[in-house]
Design a protein around this ligand. Structure first.
Ligand SMILES: *Cc1c(COP(=O)(O)O)cnc(C)c1O
Length: 370
């Protein structure tokens, strides 16, 4: 969809007239949880299509976080024309603040936008919006180990109409939420349930970070939890045989011969930035890193024979999380000792130390915020 490349858009800043008190903020930072507490501000940028059929971004505002008014006919409420991103700002070892690969999130956001027939947002504008929010709300970044400021950029179709076609008005919004550990217990290894439901079919929207994908994953996730598991794992839609990913995390498998395998990006898997970063870090560790196919049957057999020694899930929210147990209709099996493995821990440490500014950023992944 055509859009004016308004990269030089001027932001209007409206500081919050009554921000949270120091006590209220400190209480949140002492125990941030995940996704339940928010900072004082948000960014909103509007997009609209003019009578000439050309659209553009305008009215960039950073102001108090508050409810947004939507017409009940707003397209997002009916046909789920919505996309989002997730990234984190980290306190660095030297006290400064940094984002991890925000340009990669900006690029993926535009891939999602393209799939959902939404306007693209200049990548510099995406990154600037995120940076400005982190700057104005920098007092909201928790400093405990494993803690960060989670950023949620998203775009919704706001035009009021009930026809099924791409909307002519959108809002791009960024909100921020102080985050602790994603898994409540800080569990040493998660247990996952192999779902009979599918997450994404060939030609569908599995590679886009769009809200509808997650609405469709709620029932499979509840089913996994009702059976006593932490997460759901999805198989491919066509053969119901190949491992794809979890509801919001990619998967890796580590073998005793030094091979590290992750399902290839075939269009039904979300291209995780954590996944991509780990491909690079694992190659540097000298592992034989493969993007390929792995079946549930092979997984079970390799876990039993000891060929497979570790499995882990990865994503911005949960970072790197060991998978200890897998269960499905055909029974259950344990991976390795059922607890965190050495390689999982090593790769996690490598990644986290770069994100925290404790290890050299040799790949240009860290973007410091002034
Ligand atoms: C966001 C997401 C991931 C992980 O992506 P990161 O960029 O590493 O955070 C993996 N799978 C799904 C389905 C996701 O939505």
């Amino acid at each position: 969809m055509a859009s004016l490349a308004d990269a030089g858009l001027k932001f209007t800043t409206l500081p919050h007239p009554a921000p949270a008190s120091d006590e209220a903020r400190e209480a949140v930072l002492a125990n941030p949880g995940f996704g339940t507490n928010f900072t004082d501000h948000m960014v909103v940028i509007e997009w609209s299509e003019g009578a000439d059929g050309v659209g553009g971004w305008h009215d960039a505002v950073i102001g108090p976080r508050q409810p947004i008014a939507l017409d009940p006919a707003a397209a997002v409420l009916h046909y789920a024309q919505e996309i989002f991103e997730g990234l984190k700002a980290y306190k660095q070892a030297d006290g400064s603040i940094a984002l991890f690969r925000p340009e990669a999130n900006a690029a993926r956001f535009n891939h999602s936008a393209e799939r959902l027939a939404m306007p693209s947002l200049p990548e510099e504008l995406f990154v600037e919006a995120v940076e400005r929010l982190v700057q104005i709300d920098r007092a909201w970044i928790p400093e405990a180990e494993g803690a960060s400021l989670y950023l949620r950029p998203f775009m919704i179709a706001t035009e009021a109409f009930l026809g099924v076609r791409p909307a002519k008005q959108y809002k791009f919004i960024v909100i921020a939420s102080p985050a602790g550990n994603y898994f409540k217990s800080g569990a040493p290894a998660v247990s996952i349930w192999v779902s009979d439901y599918t997450r994404a079919a060939p030609g569908g929207t599995g590679a886009a970070k769009c809200g509808g994908n997650y609405a469709a994953s709620l029932v499979p996730q509840s089913e996994a939890m009702a059976r006593g598991h932490d997460q759901v794992v999805f198989l491919d839609a066509a053969e119901h045989k190949w491992i794809e990913e979890l509801g919001g995390m990619n998967l890796y498998f580590s073998f005793e011969d030094g091979t590290l395998l992750t399902p290839a990006l075939t269009g039904t898997i979300l291209p995780g930035i954590t996944r991509d970063s780990l491909l690079t870090l694992a190659r540097e560790e000298g592992l034989n890193v493969v993007e390929g196919r792995y079946s549930l049957d092979q997984w079970r057999a390799d876990a039993a024979s000891g060929k497979l020694i570790e499995a882990f899930a990865c994503g911005t929210a949960a970072v790197v999380t060991p998978v200890g147990r897998v269960a499905g209709r055909d029974g259950e099996f344990t991976i390795g000792s059922g607890g965190p493995g050495q390689l999982t821990q090593k790769l996690k440490n490598r990644l986290v130390s770069i994100q925290r500014g404790e290890a050299a950023d040799t790949h240009g992944w860290i973007r410091k915020i002034a």
